[in-house]
Design a binder for this molecule. Structure first.
Ligand SMILES: NC(=O)c1ccc[n+]([C@@H]2O[C@H](COP(=O)([O-])OP(=O)(O)OC[C@H]3O[C@@H](n4cnc5c(N)ncnc54)[C@H](OP(=O)(O)O)[C@@H]3O)[C@@H](O)[C@H]2O)c1
Length: 248
């Protein structure tokens, strides 16, 4: 009989848990028996996400862009929450994106790379030693179809997701034949707070999704994450592409 995954009461940490895919992933992982650390930059934004989970949810403020903040994060967690079984690297943004490369600022471009790539690497580096020591763990990175199929006006976002793609596949190979698994989820268009955070303009964000047509819901992506972490230990969903049926 294959082992039931994840183990009952497994601890999952979801970054960017305050909104969109992250918020729905918290719910989906709780539904399959995980205790979930809802991680993000603002306790105020995370509280409504963690609250329905009762003592199976924990609000945890951490800024993945801050090296010192991330380095000490395991010690800042309450003891029963330190053995992280599942890390969902979801936090990400495209601030200033959807415009030609020369029209954006270096600061905006650097910020996308800082969060989507360096922050993701930083938190993985903080969490993975415990997974190796326990010979048990699953890192789930949220990439994007932009990580293999770029579009015009998406230079830096595509660069960030290409990096997530390469990192994920190489990380998976580093821990091949161990209890540490690595999955990359590559969604197409999902209707979330993402377009709003890109432009800071609710009307424009709404129109963007309406013009696109059918989008995925964040629940659809959360379901693929839950599917990946429920596979028996010898099975690795290395990459999972999920798109709405309208996507080219
Ligand atoms: N929406 C799509 O069409 C789509 C498609 C493919 C992939 N993705 C990926 O899915 C992931 C989640 O995005 P979403 O669509 O759910 O967007 P969202 O609703 O805007 O949520 C993004 C989350 O990331 C965190 N975040 C945003 N900017 C951050 C920053 N500068 N530093 C640290 N954390 C930051 C936010 O948390 P706090 O601000 O509370 O800390 C927020 O909870 C991202 O990695 C995105 O690239 C999205």
């Amino acid at each position: 009989m294959p082992k039931k995954m994840p183990r009952p009461g497994a601890v999952a940490l979801v970054t960017g848990a305050s909104s969109g895919i992250g918020a729905k992933t918290v719910k989906a992982l709780a539904e399959i028996g995980c205790r979930v650390i809802c991680a993000g930059r603002s306790a105020k934004r995370l509280s409504p996400i963690a609250k329905p989970l009762g003592n199976k949810g924990l609000v945890f403020e951490v800024d993945i862009n801050d090296e010192a903040n991330v380095a000490g994060m395991i010690e800042r967690l309450p003891k029963p929450w330190r053995d992280i079984d599942i890390l969902v690297n979801n936090a990400g943004h495209d601030t200033g994106g959807r415009r030609r490369f020369d029209e954006g600022t270096a600061e905006q471009w650097a910020s996308i790379i800082e969060t989507n790539v360096i922050g993701l690497i930083r938190i993985t580096r903080a969490v993975i030693p415990g997974m190796i020591a326990r010979d048990r763990g699953h890192v789930v990175n949220i990439g994007s179809i932009s990580g293999y199929k770029p579009y015009a006006t998406g230079t830096i976002y595509a660069a960030s997701k290409f990096a997530v793609h390469g990192f994920s596949e190489s990380l998976r190979l580093d821990y091949r034949n161990t209890g540490v698994r690595v999955t990359e989820i590559l969604p197409g268009m999902v209707r979330t707070g993402f377009a709003m955070s890109r432009w800071g303009d609710g009307k424009r964000a709404k129109k963007f999704y309406e013009d696109f047509g059918t989008c995925l819901n964040p629940e659809d992506v959360a379901a693929t994450i839950a599917f990946a972490v429920q596979q028996p230990p010898h099975v690795v969903i290395s990459q999972l592409v999920v798109v709405p049926n309208s996507q080219t």
